[in-house]
Design a protein around this ligand. Structure first.
Ligand SMILES: [Zn+2]
Length: 387
């Protein structure tokens, strides 16, 4: 009799520990509490996304994947999809010397713009931006009531795809809803995770174990519940369903322009692209300069260093340090102009004893990026024609 009872108990215990392992991580004693002064427009939670998606009237919402933690990954689509008359995959079309064999793009087809929300769960600023962007697409205003009719009209000229959060597992585990005023090492601790002895993996060593399993006390919000960092997935055989879904949208939608939204401790910037053709790196470089100038001219924080003087070149010597990451894969599967954007978290560090941005500035940085992307796309679109 005892044995019969002990089996279901063991199963219940296992189920319980599985569930608790993957709910929100408790903030450890001695670490700062979660911010309680979040303004209503700082929509950084999964519940904020759910609520926003429930209010959508002009867009279409689809569940594109289920995370290992059982959470839905959503995409929102605006603007009807044009028939791009695809007759080959992108790689083969380029081999035939014309990407138009993969997708025909001219003035009769809408530009396609693709916003890939945070694949790193602690980088909540992209969620804030994209929930507000959806609200703008629906109402013309952000959640502060600020008018963005012009941005809404630009969205209306495009096919728009928005994944508000690409890694709901990581976001759910992250115990902070913002990092404004929180020490950078705390963001790193819960973002990239810790070893069993409590030491932080930090960046970039959090990438030295993948999938992130084994010597793990806190599984960083970087990863989904299987320990996969989508930015460095196995792109020829993706480990994460989320990665597969992100790439599948690129493959089938053929976006002209794609951003992967991230955050870091520093000023806002578009990172140099890797493993994209030089003409595309130059376009990304142009957009990066335009955006930085716009931040500067409008009195926002901007990247003050000499980062923009030339596009990147891949490694010339051993050992290689440049990776074929999610952004490279998005380009190589669809020809899209894909890049990584890094938003400031507003953390405090030894250098920045006051946050370089607050809640309002974070939202402005995100919305300015989206607006500048649309300007760039509408002014500099590449046509792919058979003749
Ligand atoms: Zn990131």
């Amino acid at each position: 009799m005892k044995k019969i009872i002990s089996i279901p108990l063991a199963i219940i215990t296992l189920l319980f520990s599985y569930q608790t392992a993957f709910t929100q991580i408790a903030i450890e004693a001695g670490d700062p509490p979660n911010n309680t002064d979040l303004p209503v427009f700082f929509k950084s939670k999964l519940s904020d996304i759910d609520k926003e998606l429930g209010n959508i009237k002009s867009g279409e919402v689809k569940q594109i994947a289920t995370s290992p933690g059982g959470l839905p990954v959503y995409a929102v689509f605006y603007g009807e999809k044009d028939d791009l008359h695809s007759q080959a995959n992108y790689n083969s079309a380029v081999a035939a010397r014309n990407p138009a064999y993969y997708a025909r793009k001219d003035s009769s087809t809408k530009p396609v713009i693709y916003f890939v929300g945070p694949v790193h769960g602690q980088e909540v600023e992209g969620i804030v931006g994209l929930v507000n962007l959806i609200h703008i697409a629906e109402t013309g205003k952000d959640y502060r009531g600020k008018d963005w009719t012009d941005l809404k009209n630009k969205l209306g000229q495009c096919r728009v795809i928005i994944i508000p959060c690409a890694n709901p597992d990581g976001r759910k585990r992250c115990p902070y809803d913002s990092f404004v005023g929180i020490p950078g090492e705390i963001m790193t601790k819960y973002g990239q995770g810790t070893r069993k002895d409590g030491s932080s993996y930090g960046w970039p060593i959090a990438k030295s174990v993948h999938p992130m399993k084994g010597d793990v006390k806190i599984l960083g919000a970087y990863f989904n519940n299987d320990g996969i960092n989508m930015m460095q997935d196995e792109f020829f055989s993706p480990m994460a369903e989320e990665t597969k879904a992100i790439l599948e949208i690129a493959r089938t939608e053929s976006p002209d322009l794609t951003v992967s939204l991230h955050s870091h401790e520093n000023f806002p910037l578009i990172l140099k692209a890797s493993y994209e053709p030089m003409f595309m790196k130059e376009r990304i470089h142009d957009l990066a300069k335009r955006l930085n100038q716009r931040y500067k001219d409008s009195g926002q924080v901007y990247f003050p260093y000499d980062w923009f003087w030339e596009p990147s070149v891949e490694d010339k010597e051993f050992p290689p340090k440049t990776t074929f990451n999610l952004v490279s894969a998005l380009h190589q599967i669809s020809g899209t102009m894909s890049f990584t954007f890094e938003c400031p978290h507003g953390v405090i560090t030894e250098k920045d004893t006051e946050p370089i941005v607050g809640y309002n500035q974070i939202l402005d940085i995100e919305l300015t990026l989206y607006d500048e992307m649309l300007d760039y796309l509408l002014e500099n679109r590449l046509y792919w024609k058979l003749k």
